[in-house]
Write a protein that binds this ligand. Structure first.
Ligand code: CP
Length: 298
């Protein structure tokens, strides 16, 4: 029996995997509604933290591919009787789903869940990584630019980098695809670790034009001692407004992984304006996650 392949980090995908995955996602765009692999495989989702896009698009992707889906919900599980996350996961793995998609509040080590029969997909673990989000973000950019890589593309990521697993996975993947990254963060939300990307702290240091800008929200649920900035201060200094977008250039596309707080990190008009790819990211989430499920079961 072939061991299924886990994807817990962008580092789990080599260059060949990436090309195949993006190729398959592109080809699934036209076929996903009619393709049914009828694999008989079962995907289980276990989200220990709230989600709209990630959980539902994995479930949509699996159902479109003909997989069967079962969902663990904390509120109706034995966690309400005191069972902890680690014990819950051990029990889910013992049931041997073919794929287990996990979202957790803390970074987790999937190797502790070692199983010959189950592939693990990281649906976002604390501040660590969110590989499927980075894959769909990069796929959306590649599709927009009708290209196989992001060579020389200038990408600006703005926001709470300190608590962002989306930023961490995107820094890895966008850099591998050749993008030139600039990170703009309030000093209190600077990335703690070293990064190959240039970091700036003020909009006045932004040197447009850019090819793409990604806004991140303040991830208050991960701030143990409270949020170091008010929403008002954040908006006045770091929000993507129409005026600031003008400075980034008329061809600069706007991205946001969601959930989005209009009026804090981005203006409603920008989020819903002609340069926005935000709903295209969500649409692409289904095909990219379908290609990722196929990768894991291959
Ligand atoms: N981008 C993202 O992870 O969204 P959800 O939290 O809704 O899954």
């Amino acid at each position: 029996m072939i061991k299924p392949r886990s994807v817990v980090s962008i580092d789990d995908l080599n260059d060949g995997d990436l090309s195949r995955l993006f190729f398959n996602a592109r080809s699934l765009k036209d076929r996903l509604r009619t393709v049914s692999r009828a694999r008989n495989a079962i995907m289980m989702t276990a989200f220990f933290e709230a989600s709209t896009r990630t959980r539902l698009s994995f479930e949509m992707a699996a159902l479109r591919l003909g997989l069967r889906v079962t969902t663990f919900a904390t509120t109706t599980s034995s966690m309400v009787k005191g069972e902890n996350v680690a014990d819950s996961l051990d029990n889910l793995v013992a049931m041997e789903p073919d794929i287990l998609v996990v979202r957790s509040e803390e970074p987790w080590d999937h190797r502790k869940l070692s199983s010959e029969k189950t592939a693990f997909i990281n649906g976002g673990d604390g501040i660590n990584e969110h590989p499927s989000q980075a894959l769909l973000d990069c796929f959306t950019l590649l599709e927009h630019y009708k290209s196989d890589d992001l060579s020389g593309r200038r990408v600006l990521i703005i926001g709470d980098l300190a608590h962002s697993r989306v930023a961490r996975s995107n820094i890895k993947l966008m850099t591998r695809l050749g993008a030139k990254l600039t990170l703009l963060a309030p000093p209190v939300f600077e990335l703690a670790e070293e990064s190959s990307a240039r970091t700036i702290f003020s909009f006045s240091d932004v040197d447009g034009p850019y090819d793409a800008v990604m806004c991140l929200r303040m991830q208050k649920e991960r701030m143990i001692t409270g949020c170091a900035m008010t929403d008002g201060d954040y908006f006045s200094q770091y929000a993507l407004t129409s005026k600031r977008l003008e400075h980034l250039g008329k061809d600069c596309v706007v991205m946001h992984p969601g959930p989005m707080n209009c009026g804090i990190e981005i203006d409603y008009a920008v989020a819903n304006g002609p340069q926005s790819l935000i709903l295209q990211q969500v649409r692409n989430g289904v095909v990219v996650r379908a290609a990722l499920l196929e990768h894991c079961l291959a």
